[in-house]
Design a protein around this ligand. Structure first.
Ligand SMILES: NC(=O)c1ccc[n+]([C@@H]2O[C@H](COP(=O)([O-])OP(=O)(O)OC[C@H]3O[C@@H](n4cnc5c(N)ncnc54)[C@H](O)[C@@H]3O)[C@@H](O)[C@H]2O)c1
Length: 323
């Protein structure tokens, strides 16, 4: 492997992917292609930019000419760039369709043109929609319920068209809610942490009983590296964990880190226009390749809180500019 292109590599999950790919393929050049939206931070890539293993190209995945240039000569393209926050998708849904659907189309077309030999498209368990009981395997139907998940499902449909019509060698991954350091504080865990650091109450949607499965970003990145080596082209892989928590349980865990109580530090706020109560996927297929999650959310919370405390000022400045 000589050259990897990773879109969205300066964002939360993308930067964890970059770290894992750089460690797994130390002789490989990693090009990060990122628009540097509010969710991105060049500091996440700084150590690898300094060593020269990683290079950042700032640009938009909807720019076909740039995509074409960057995809050229790549041994692997990991497509992670997206507008990723469900709440934002309710009030700027067309941006989500543009970035997630048209952007994916543009990258796929560039990959077709350049005959990219291996592409990994990052999708989400949210494309299955609400799963109130049991779990969905990769053959489950897509039933997205909000503008974000609809745009991710649309992206997958485009990828599917390219896989069938042009034999584009793509692997699709659908992951659970991912958590870890570097996540912008619009998502639940960093939002709880930053609220308490700033002496504010945690705003919790609805009654806080919605449940999500939580996958650690380094576990997701390890799954990606495994799929680079062992993933079967044209296949879809669910990637998940067994850690299912209600939103209110997450808030409770974080309150404990700040020696405060749920009752004193949480306020309930208006729910989303539609809020899936539960997602659930089975991930036996990737487990059969030899992957399983190593991290545990309750054990990781103190480390994550510590990271946000140390980076609070930077994060707060970014929040002030972008919210
Ligand atoms: N966060 C989760 O829990 C989760 C779960 C499953 C799947 N995913 C998927 O994983 C991927 C990464 O998610 P994340 O949470 O790291 O998101 P993020 O919002 O933290 O990062 C997204 C990155 O994409 C970049 N980007 C946005 N629009 C772009 C454009 N037009 N051109 C180039 N770059 C652009 C941003 O600058 C940012 O660096 C997304 O595809 C998302 O749908 C996320």
């Amino acid at each position: 492997m000589r050259k990897i292109l990773i879109t969205g590599g300066a964002g939360f999950i993308g930067s964890h992917f970059v770290d894992a790919l750089a460690a797994a393929f130390p002789d490989c050049r990693i090009v990060v292609f990122d628009k540097m939206t509010y969710a991105a931070d060049i500091r996440y890539l700084a150590p690898l930019i300094e060593t020269g293993q990683t290079q950042l190209v700032v640009g938009d995945i909807c720019d076909y000419e740039l995509c074409r240039k960057l995809v050229h000569g790549c041994d692997l393209v990991v497509h992670a760039a997206a507008e990723s926050h469900v709440d934002r998708s309710f009030y700027s849904s067309m941006l989500f369709t543009q970035t997630n659907a048209l952007g994916t189309h543009t990258i796929m077309e560039a990959c077709r043109n350049a005959k990219a030999p291996r592409i990994i498209h990052i999708s989400t368990d949210e494309v299955y929609g609400e799963v109130l009981s049991g779990e969905c395997d990769e053959s489950g139907e897509m039933n997205p319920t909000n503008p974000y998940s609809a745009s991710k499902a649309a992206a997958e449909m485009i990828v599917n068209g390219y896989r069938h019509s042009f034999k584009l060698p793509v692997i699709v991954v659908r992951a659970n809610n991912v958590y870890g350091i570097r996540q912008f504080p619009e998502k639940l865990i960093p939002r709880c942490i930053m609220s308490l650091i700033d002496g504010e109450k945690i705003p919790l949607h609805g009654d806080g009983n919605n449940v999500r499965h939580y996958l650690a970003a380094p576990d997701f990145a390890a799954a990606l590296v495994l799929l680079v080596n062992k993933g079967v082209i044209n296949e879809i892989y669910n990637i998940g964990s067994k850690e299912e928590h209600r939103n209110r349980d997450i808030a409770q865990m974080i309150c404990e880190q700040f020696n405060t109580t749920f009752e004193d530090s949480v306020k309930f706020v208006k729910d989303r226009p539609f809020n899936d109560r539960r997602y659930s996927i089975s991930w036996d297929k990737i487990a059969d390749l030899g992957w399983k999650p190593k991290h545990n959310l309750p054990k990781n919370i103190p480390m994550i809180v510590d990271w946000y405390r140390k980076n609070a000022e930077t994060i707060r400045n970014r929040q002030e500019i972008h919210t």
